[in-house]
Design a protein around this ligand. Sequence first.
Ligand code: UDX
Length: 439
Amino acid sequence: MRITVFGTGYLGATHAACMAELGHEVLGVDVDPAKLAKLEAGQVPFWEPGLEEVLQRNIAAGRLRFTASYQEAADFAEVHFLGVGTPQKKGEFAADMKYVDSVVETLAPLLSKPAVIFGKSTVPVGTAERLGRMARELAPAGDGVEVAWNPEFLREGFAVKDTLHPDRLVLGVDRARPGRAEELARGVYAQLLDEKIPFLVTDLATAELVKASANAFLATKISFINAISEVCEAAGADVTVLADAIGHDERIGRKFLNAGIGFGGGCLPKDIRAFMARAGELGADQALTFLREVDNINMRRRTRMVELAREACGSLLGARVAVLGAAFKPDSDDVRDSPALNVAGQIQLQGAAVNVYDPKAMENSRALFPTLSYSSSALEACEGADVVLVLTEWKEFKALRPEALDSVVREKKLIDGRNCLDPEPWRSAGWIYRGLGRP
Ligand code: UDX
């Protein structure tokens, strides 16, 4: 099939490359010429394991191209995926819909033949219906243009795997206007459906809410364990052992029960806020007040980490602090709302000299926090440190041995903000090891 994908960020670029991998002819569309030039040259503009290979293979096979021309996209296909960003509005909880709206406003007037626009971005419930009205009004093909919603559940770091082997596919269709969306989606995902991936067809609002609720649930699970970790700290218990024990209950499950400095990134924090804002608009704000607490618990973890660093140094004024990890999670160079950088920034504000090292996110970190100092290795970041903070659980940091750092640091003190290290070897080597929610 011929497919276009609007937006070439994490979501769009991955979706475009993976749809080509499934054998479709794909045209990726973006308004940013710099991104397009990179992608056309077979380079992914961000770090995502395995994606560059898929991109290059499909460009070489002639199945994947990129363009800035909406006219070319409108002429190319009848299936259009929409994967642009929905960031948090400045100073508000609500999501900013300007990029999503702008794609439909620009594309629809060019649709002179029937077409289906499949939204993939995370949006406030009601968006698909609104965009459907907008598209039908603006398109020369009128009622021949449909809007359906096909939310994306991919995780950064596993984007290719999650797209080609998803847990489930969800498609919201306009029940009031039965059209071709389901038939076309079944064509696009035929290979996955053959592999018996569950395919749930819903109305538009349910599909939009599936995504918002999935992210709200995940965020709640993390804040739950982080709240319990506060109690563990107060009581001298170990949250990692507790998580293993409760995780054995299949109804609970061990995944997403890792206590630490909390969740960040371009999705969970802004999505729970947008969800609360939308519920408020719908008069259902009370239903989601618990998400306010989920957010508060999460932000409190960052402050707690700063407190622990201060305790370790006596005072942060004039202290040297090594920060290992800047990305919001491992296997990603994404620093959007990264707990690690937020902690590093707060510590610097309190007068410490902060040296940051991350295996992949240095360039993005420098752009976002230019005043922090950056080192070219973990060892260099730890030179003369009064305390070492592990804030992103990269493999490289989990493999660190105390002997390698012994002679480099000023004080043998380590705070493990992700509970990703085994305390034993550090303590045996004379280090003061501190985890979060661990005795
Ligand atoms: C998330 C959802 O998982 C995905 O389904 C959705 O489509 C987009 O948002 P992503 O932001 O890529 O994906 O990262 P995820 O792996 O979910 O982690 C989010 C944050 O939670 C990270 O900062 C991570 O460090 C943190 N986290 C995760 C924890 O603190 N503890 C955990 O147990 C799990």
